[in-house]
Each structure stands twice: as C-alpha cells, then as structure tokens.
Design a protein around this ligand. Structure first.
Ligand code: GSH
Length: 120
C-alpha cells in the first residue's frame, strides 16, 4: 500500500529532498520504489478498471457526492461508476478515519459545515 505522508508529519529537519528524488512533491513511495512526478504517480496508480483520467476525476466525483451536484445524465453515470468502485469506497472510508487536521481550514469551515462524517 503506498504511503501518504504530508510534509507536516515529517520529522523536524527533514527536507523534501530527503524523501523525494526530484526534491519536489508529490512523491509516491511504495516500498523501496519512488515515483516522483504527478503524471507518473497517476499512471502508477491506474489499472485496468481505473484509468489515469479516472484518477484525476476521482476527487471531483467525491465533491459531486458531497455537495449533491447535478450534471447531465452521462456525467452523473460516470460519477456513479467511479463512486461504486471498491477502491473509491475504500478511499472514502479511509478518509473518514483520517486523523490529520489543518487548523486554519478547520477554523474556516467550523461555522458552515452542516455535517462532519469523520470518525476521529
Ligand atoms: N512536474 C512535477 C512538478 C512538481 C512540483 O513542481 N512540485 C512543487 C509543488 S506544486 C514543489 O515540490 N515545489 C517545491 C520546490 O520546488 O521546492 C510534477 O508534476 O509532479
């Protein structure tokens, strides 16, 4: 399972260059492997049932779900297909377990958030 490590969680004194061969982010680490360009990361994560394009639209599908957006039928079918994928459901469940918080953002949404589905 690839590891997600926001820069704020790195030990004090760690630079991006210590974790990413390019010295930039994103950098995906899967065991000893480092994939350090966003397009390469997407291609690495893509598979027969989940294309690189799907990877780019995956966060959009979650926003359509979260905000109850309506689009034309073909677009809604695509969103439904993405949201029904086991990998997407797993990702959503993992996001609800996410303990990381960015206090500035938390403060900005505190009064407008209708429902907080997070478990932690
Ligand atoms: N072509 C790279 C560009 C990566 C890139 O420029 N990342 C920026 C953040 S968006 C970065 O790491 N900047 C830190 C720096 O240059 O020190 C990709 O698409 O992954």
């Amino acid at each position: 399972m690839p590891e997600c490590n926001p820069l704020g969680n790195l030990p004090v004194g760690t630079s991006i260059a210590d974790v990413s061969p390019s010295g930039r982010v994103p950098c995906l680490r899967d065991g000893e492997l480092r994939v350090w360009d966003s397009l390469a990361v997407v291609e690495y994560l893509a598979g027969p049932h989940f294309s690189a394009v799907d990877a780019f639209y995956a966060p959009v599908a979650f926003r359509v779900q979260t905000y109850g957006l309506q689009m034309e039928p073909a677009a809604m079918q695509y969103v439904s297909r993405l949201l029904a994928l086991a990998s997407m459901r797993d990702w959503y469940a993992a996001a609800l377990q996410e303990p990381w918080r960015e206090e500035e953002h938390e403060a900005a949404v505190r009064d407008i958030l209708l429902e907080d589905r997070r478990n932690t």
